[in-house]
Design a protein around this ligand. Structure first.
Ligand code: FAD
Length: 462
């Protein structure tokens, strides 16, 4: 009843054109990029064009106590945009303007629906880049990736989204708005509200504008493939590269299952008899890149790696195409692909890879693992079929065990995909009961009725 009344008030505010209520439209917003997750249709999808409209929507939602789910491109992998309790999905495709590129202060000011790749295309003529690069750069939005605190392939050298968000405008659950941060490199005014809302997964407020940091584009890049017949040697190489004081832009690993699958799919020339390969890219000023590439080759050889250095852009592109093929190649082997992002200190990568292999054996599952070895962020990918209930029980047990092992190794539940729905049950392992209660107290201070993205990250008290 009250949902319908709320929808009528939203319609009076925005008109019919920016409000979807047809079943076939709502079905498109009932799921996101997450496999093995429940789906649920919202009651309506709303497309605001201004911050004031977002405020008005939140006032209506707050009056009728209707759940609201902010949504970017819906590519997240943690069930973050599934409207699990029904209510209103708010999307930002009509708030997608780059408001300013300030080359002097190295910042850009953008609306929430700007696609990451569009920002990079716009700043390229200034010789600048916005470094966060999740695999979905050409679809994911600035606010979605900020609320998720996305990472990507360049995390080791360039960090993740939170390192590039300098200022935010946010609408709260009751419709009030505030701004925090700005264009200054230094800003220690009070609590770091920008960091609090970055990675808040749509549970604390709606991001309506962002000021982001840009950096000069690297002058040149060099990419290498290192092949190992022993997992430990690959692990020692990862540590050895860092010990040689080289921080590659990208340092990726693929395990044997992933190599075999990618090769069968993409014919990228990967060695199927290898236990692991590392894909490494150094970037920066030409002379430094040359020196760093030499140092990387020496370390790889010291630990019995066979190294191929890409000689030109075509060879470089071929290497990265192989890495990009990892997920699609694994995904085509089975109807369901459960992709996790367990993360451990980088020194424990070989141990973690072996643990994942043992878990796969224990539960009789096929798990391919690839990921951002340089920052310890692995993507164990379980190939399964969600129609097979017995197999899915084994999958869920395996996932539980993978996260238990990661936390026990001093790692974390999420390197970049967030907590969303699926990982809420593990939070106490990492934060303890008091830590989880602190999350709850923050949530309830800002959104006492759990209107914003309920059922995600912070469980209610009931
Ligand atoms: C094939 C594939 C590869 C991927 N590779 C990577 C990778 O390499 N690294 C990585 O980190 N992730 C990766 N992801 C996950 C995902 O793409 C990223 O998290 C992405 O940045 C999410 O952006 P989005 O616009 O799709 O956000 P959505 O999925 O729409 O939303 C993400 C979260 O942000 C919230 N949100 C959205 N808009 C707002 C707003 N305006 N205000 C407040 N909250 C909001 C949502 O409620 C949700 O909780 C991958 C996903 C896929 C499918």
């Amino acid at each position: 009843m009250s949902v319908q009344q709320a929808i009528r008030e939203v319609e009076a505010l925005l008109g019919k054109e920016r409000l979807l209520t047809a079943v076939e439209d709502l079905a498109c917003y009932s799921f996101d990029g997450t496999a093995d997750a429940p789906s649920k249709r919202p009651d309506a999808v709303i497309m605001p064009e201004t911050t004031e409209e977002v405020q008005a929507i939140m006032r209506i939602a707050s009056k009728y106590k209707i759940p609201v789910y902010p949504r970017g491109a819906g590519t997240n992998l943690s069930g973050g945009t599934i409207p699990i309790k029904g209510g209103l999905v708010v999307t930002f495709q009509r708030m997608n303007k780059i408001l300013e590129i300030d080359a002097e202060n190295l910042t850009a000011t953008v609306q929430p629906g700007v696609i990451i790749a569009s920002l990079n295309a716009a700043v390229a003529p200034y010789g600048l880049i916005y470094p966060p690069d999740p695999g979905t750069v050409s679809t994911a939005t600035m606010a979605g990736s900020t609320a998720e605190c996305s990472g990507g392939l360049r995390g080791l050298k360039y960090g993740v989204t939170k390192h590039y968000i300098m200022g935010l405008e946010v609408v709260l659950a009751n419709g009030e708005k505030f701004r925090a941060g700005g264009k200054t490199v230094k800003n220690v005014t009070a609590y770091d509200l920008v960091k609090l809302f970055t990675g808040s997964e749509g549970t604390l407020g709606i991001i309506t504008e962002l000021i982001v940091k840009l950096i000069p584009a690297p002058e040149t890049k060099k990419s290498m493939l290192a092949i190992f017949s022993d997992l430990d040697d690959a692990g020692k190489t990862i540590a050895g590269i860092i010990a040689a004081k080289v921080i590659p832009a990208t340092l990726e690993i693929m395990d044997k299952t992933t190599i075999e699958t990618v090769e069968a799919f993409a014919k990228a020339g990967l060695p199927t008899d290898a236990e692991a390969v590392l894909l490494i890219e150094v970037d920066g000023i030409a002379e430094v890149v040359e020196k760093e590439a030499q140092a990387v080759v020496e370390v790889c050889k010291r630990f019995n790696g066979k190294v191929q250095v890409a000689r030109d852009d075509a060879e470089r592109e071929k290497l990265w195409a192989a890495r990009r093929a990892a997920l699609p190649a694994l995904a085509r082997k089975s109807p369901t692909t459960v992709l996790e992002d367990a993360t451990v200190p980088r020194s424990r990568i070989p141990e973690m890879l072996r643990a994942i292999r043992a878990i796969a054996k224990k539960y009789d599952l096929l798990i391919g693992t690839f990921g951002h070895a340089g920052d310890g962020n692995l993507h164990p990918t379980i190939l399964c079929d969600e129609r097979n209930a017995e197999q899915m029980k084994r999958v869920h047990k395996a996932v539980d065990e993978i996260f238990r092992v990661a936390v026990d190794m001093g790692g974390t539940l999420s390197g970049e995909h967030g907590i969303g729905m699926a990982k809420m049950k593990y939070l106490e392992w990492e934060l303890g009961a008091t830590g989880v209660d602190v999350l709850r107290r923050i949530k309830e201070a800002l959104d006492p009725d759990y209107l914003l993205n309920p059922g995600k990250m912070v469980a209610g008290r009931s």
